[in-house]
Design a protein around this ligand. Structure first.
Ligand code: IPE
Ligand code: IPE
Ligand code: MG
Length: 247
């Protein structure tokens, strides 16, 4: 049995109907710090701790894929010192990831553009992906320098190259062709998207992949996000009627 409380207000989560893939927009670190009169960087540090907690919890309950939005292609527009803090925290997270997930059979993958990342981070990404690649438990997917539009642009370029070389014909392009070129190739689309901090937008996260995802928003700021919020989101998801355009 799993060592977790599976009851929320006496309603049980149905473990046979868990979302296979949960995506999270971890938002509200800055406001969390501001409310405490602290610098935003402290909020980001607490946000990393929340991420660790939720990775463990999702793994414990048997979620197969967890994708977290760690840094968007637009986040470069923040002050340089904040960008540096976020990159340092991500570097630390990746560096300690093996220790963190030791014995938990978690596979780590990173999606996003790598061209603005430092060599130091790129090396850690390559290392952690390599050392965890045979783990067949939960897949933790970290969206780092990720943008949904950039994901599509990258795919279109790839397909254009294939057309140029005569590998495929334009009329052969279908949804699968595009899907195969996205960073998320091989990963099922998210079933549930969670966004914290009260904002209700996608902010350029997985725009293709979220076509039929169920959205759940909470005012809770990311550093305060705990097991009970995760369960509340899953429970809410389990009460949705997913029709995919049918009746
Ligand atoms: C989320 O928290 C972290 C990242 C976007 C990297 P924010 O830094 O966006 O926090 P708020 O939205 O300003 O409160
Ligand atoms: C989205 O949050 C990006 C991440 C959580 C990494 P933002 O805080 O950057 O999004 P906006 O600016 O509120 O849309
Ligand atoms: Mg924000």
């Amino acid at each position: 049995m799993f060592p977790f409380k599976k009851r929320l207000n006496n309603v049980e989560i149905d473990k046979s109907r868990l979302p296979a893939h949960i995506a999270i927009i971890m938002d509200g670190n800055g406001r969390w710090a501001k409310r405490r009169g602290m610098p935003r960087n402290i909020g980001h540090r607490e946000g990393t701790n929340a991420l660790r907690r939720i990775v463990h919890k999702c793994n414990d309950i048997g979620i197969k894929y967890l994708t977290v939005y760690a840094f968007s292609t637009e986040n470069w527009n923040r002050p340089q010192s904040e960008v540096n803090t976020l990159m340092d925290l991500l570097y630390e997270f990746l560096k300690n990831a093996d220790k963190e997930i030791a014995g938990r059979n978690v596979r780590i993958r990173v999606i996003g553009d790598d061209y603005r990342l430092t060599d130091k981070i790129k090396e850690e990404i390559a290392r952690v992906q390599e050392t965890t690649k045979s783990n067949d438990g939960m897949n933790l997917i970290i969206a780092l320098n990720y943008g949904g539009r950039s994901d599509i642009v990258h795919a279109v370029r790839n397909i254009a190259e294939q057309i140029k070389s005569g590998e495929i014909k334009p009329e052969e392009i279908c949804e699968d062709t595009i899907e195969q070129k996205l960073y998320t190739y091989g990963i099922p689309d998210p079933d549930l998207l969670i966004r914290t901090s009260g904002e209700q937008r996608t902010s350029n996260f997985l725009i293709w992949q979220l076509a039929y995802t169920e959205f759940w928003f909470t005012k809770t700021l990311w550093p305060d996000f705990k097991e009970e919020h995760l369960f509340e989101a899953i429970l809410n998801y389990q009460n949705r009627d997913r029709r995919y355009g049918g009746v």
